[in-house]
Design a protein around this ligand. Structure first.
Ligand code: 3PG
Length: 386
């Protein structure tokens, strides 16, 4: 059980809260605001229940201990203020200012966020803010044992925020060893390493797994197909075979694209739809083809629960966006199924194709954190709340 909030814990207290406001920015403006919007319920609750002061910590990008002006948390102030309906004071250090809500500078501008004297950094934050309680509501960063996530444990009481609780409630039902009838996992993107633990787990509990993106090329190679000059991971081919073996043992349907959209380069406008067995030579795969879309869609239409992480093709290039767009549309139209998706690229797909988040049961704010949670790993930022 994790420790949760109640009004008496908050009243008159100085509160330190870790959020994950790591949102995509362009020219200092927020491009996609899911993580800000999802952080609001806890902030509103703190304000309503008379918190004395609220000190917000977040990271932005991966500055690795360097001060990178484009990654300053000050770019979040306007968006946060207007959404919260309350003035937010920016602090470029960890001292306390005057306002009720204060947003501190990107924690990753300090190298001690990740390594070195993390203990001293945590104490500096506590001394500066005079915080009396700590709340972790940054689900998306809870897989990182970094100072601003785990460093206050044992020093002041630590609690879970509402977003963290909501994420755990949505994702915990999949931490079972039992088959979940009608469960389909849709997995795309590029990096095998981050997806393999989840694929291995769902190869046991799902009815079907559908793969696309560069990920599926590695599986095609594992099955003996030629992927031409497409991106795939040679060092993961054996692991892909292990996943296929588990799926076969547990009678889980493992579906790879039967046809693919190929081109010479990602910028080519000339494309060819080829059956996977016809890919060879210098062909490069950039999307799943129409027959794959049709067969994936049919499986999705008969599902009860769908989990989706990762684009199925190079969706940022128009000629290769169709697979991801079509499958996203089918998942979004499944009103009788529970639909859960997550990851920065997956949320970006919704934005790109104009799909409303309300069409899905749960849009996780976590990318890596969601994958680690679903693979059954302990997340340090959750462990400290137990
Ligand atoms: C994310 O975007 O997944 C989180 O903000 C964590 O970021 P990180 O992978 O740089 O730790």
């Amino acid at each position: 059980m994790i420790k949760t909030l109640s009004p008496e814990i908050i009243e008159n207290k100085v509160i330190l809260i870790r959020l994950d406001l790591n949102v995509p920015l362009k020219d200092g403006h927020v491009l996609e605001d899911t993580r800000i919007v999802e952080s609001l319920p806890t902030l509103h609750y703190l304000l309503k229940n008379k918190a004395q002061r609220i000190h917000i910590l977040t990271h932005l990008g991966r500055p690795k201990g360097e001060i990178i002006p484009d990654l300053s948390a000050k770019h979040l102030i306007d968006e946060l203020e207007s959404k919260l309906g309350e003035a937010v004071e920016f602090r470029d250090d960890y001292s306390a200012g005057e306002s009720r809500v204060q947003l501190h500078e990107n924690t990753r501008f300090r190298k001690e966020e990740k390594k070195g004297d993390q203990e001293a950094f945590a104490q500096e934050i506590l001394d500066g803010t005079e915080a009396e309680i700590f709340i972790n509501d940054g689900f998306a960063v809870s897989h990182r044992a970094q100072t601003s996530v785990v460093g206050f444990a044992g020093k002041i009481p630590c609690y879970a925020g509402f977003l963290l609780q909501k994420e755990i409630e949505a994702l915990a039902p999949f931490l079972t060893d039992e088959k979940i009838p009608g469960l389909v996992l849709v997995s795309g993107g590029a990096k095998m390493e981050t997806k393999v633990p989840v694929l291995k787990h769902f190869a046991k509990i799902a009815d079907h797994i559908l793969v696309g993106g560069a990920l599926s090329n590695t599986f095609q190679v594992a099955q003996g197909y030629d992927v031409g000059e497409s991106l795939y991971q040679e060092d993961q081919v054996e692991t892909a075979r292990e996943v296929l073996e588990i799926a076969s043992t547990f009678k889980t349907g493992f579906h790879m694209p039967i046809d693919v959209i190929c081109a010479d380069t990602p910028d080519s406008t000339e494309t060819a739809d080829l059956p996977i067995e016809d890919v060879s030579g210098d062909a490069k795969i950039f999307d799943i083809g129409p027959h794959s879309i049709a067969s994936f869609s049919e499986i999705l239409q008969y599902s009860n629960v769908i989990i989706w992480n990762g684009p199925l093709g190079m969706m940022e290039k128009k000629p290769f966006a169709r697979g991801t767009q079509a499958i996203a549309g089918v998942i979004g139209a499944q009103t009788n199924a529970r639909t859960i998706l997550g990851g920065g690229d997956t949320i970006e797909a919704l934005r790109l194709f104009g799909l409303d988040k309300s069409r899905f049961t749960h849009v996780s704010t976590g990318g890596g954190a969601m994958l680690e949670f679903l693979a059954g790993n302990e997340l340090p930022g959750i462990e400290i709340l137990k």
